[in-house]
Design a binder for this molecule. Structure first.
Ligand code: ZN
Length: 388
């Protein structure tokens, strides 16, 4: 089946105005002012009064579940297909976290392939918080070169008590291995960095790029909105050519402890003059979010939600008055560029037909298409995960 979405206001994320968009074979094959096509094989969707946006690219989701830091019963569940699709997310990058003992990379790859079959696109990172890195083949380079789903390594933890406290030399080696893997396979070979609470902030990344022939572009640090001091360190990192990522999943306790909501952090960075292309948001979906009682004891656990990515996009536009193209780029084109997914995150000819159609009045993922197939229509999931 081919689809012609006619007359919608298209944001690529750049504002392209009213366009007709033709979809066939899972790809966007034409974007034109007026496209007429009549065939029984073409379904025409009237996009008048609607906005057409790229499907969101979520660069960090614990697709097989995460957590576990409070014992086995605190391992979080895996992500279901509709948690992504109902939130307009059509590409996810999966990662392990603290736990690479009861969680495994083969499981992560299998889940990524399952999500692909179910309707969205999923990739993953090799490794986990700790170094030396867990891998499938015994080598970071080989994993990235030989395993189609592996596009880089992460989350490697720095400034965190759960990480391996790597030296600059160790981290430089990881970056070099990932870079060669990326070069040989035409992937990004990016190193996704989990940044913890410790006051060293991003100093280790600065040590690596100062002491070794490793580019700041190789690293993709996340959780920079954890507190104001870390966010300011992140702004400094962007001045070295780096990109920084904000985490949208949060809860009251995190905010009370000084976390800055992701949308507010992005707005702050823009006010500080940060190049908008160096800013992204990701959900950290299915991570565990601990809840503490007044006396500081752990009294509950919440689970990070992929939906928070779309919610933060809305917040960025409605509460912080960031223009839609700039706001949208932080969850579409920018993360796609950093992770080397050139066929994702933009409405342009030749790209995968990953689209969100929503009303012009209200930013809401009303209709969602993944790889040319409708996954959500009129706000309802028309495709569900195998066990949903
Ligand atoms: Zn993390």
């Amino acid at each position: 089946m081919m689809y012609l979405i006619s007359g919608a206001n298209v944001y690529s994320p750049d504002a392209l105005g009213k366009q007709d968009v033709l979809i066939a074979g899972g790809k966007i094959i034409a974007i034109e002012n007026e496209l007429t096509l009549t065939s029984q094989h073409v379904e025409v969707i009237d996009g008048q009064g609607m906005m057409l946006l790229p499907g969101l690219v979520d660069s960090l989701v614990h697709i097989t579940g995460g957590g576990g830091e409070g014992g086995f019963h605190t391992r979080t569940p895996q992500m279901q297909l509709t948690e992504a699709t109902l939130a307009g997310v059509t590409t996810v990058i999966g990662a392990l976290g603290t736990d690479a003992t009861t969680r495994s990379l083969p499981d992560l790859i299998a889940k990524a392939r399952a999500l692909d079959t179910e309707g969205i696109t999923a990739y993953c990172y090799t490794g986990s918080y700790q170094l030396p890195a867990r891998t499938v083949t015994g080598s970071i380079t080989d994993d990235i070169v030989l395993i189609d789903k592996m596009i880089g390594i992460g989350e490697v933890a720095i400034a965190d008590h759960r990480g391996s406290q790597p030296s600059a030399a160790e981290l430089a080696r990881v970056a070099a291995d990932a870079r060669v893997g990326g070069m040989l396979s035409g992937k990004s070979g990016v190193v996704c960095i989990h940044t913890g609470e410790a006051e060293e902030h991003l100093s280790l990344l600065h040590d690596v790029i100062d002491q070794y022939p490793v580019s700041s572009k190789q690293f993709y640090p996340t959780h920079l909105n954890r507190n104001q001091a870390l966010l300011d360190a992140g702004i400094q990192w962007t001045q070295q050519g780096g990109v920084i990522d904000m985490t949208t999943s949060t809860n009251k306790e995190f905010i009370a402890k000084g976390e800055i909501p992701a949308a507010q952090a992005i707005a702050y960075c823009l006010q500080q003059g940060v190049d908008p292309r160096r800013l992204t948001m990701s959900s950290d979906g299915n991570a565990s979010l601990p809840v503490f009682a007044a006396d500081g004891s752990l009294c509950g656990l919440e689970v990070g939600r992929v939906q928070s990515l779309f919610d933060s996009l809305v917040e960025l536009v409605t509460d912080h008055k960031v223009a839609l193209p700039e706001a949208l780029a932080t969850v579409t084109r920018n993360p796609a560029v950093v992770t080397g997914l050139n066929h994702k995150g933009q409405i342009r000819v030749g790209n995968d037909a990953d689209l969100i159609l929503c009303s012009s009045e209200q930013l809401h993922a009303t209709h969602v298409m993944g790889k040319g197939r409708w996954l959500v229509r009129d706000g309802q999931a028309v495709v569900k995960g195998t066990f949903e």
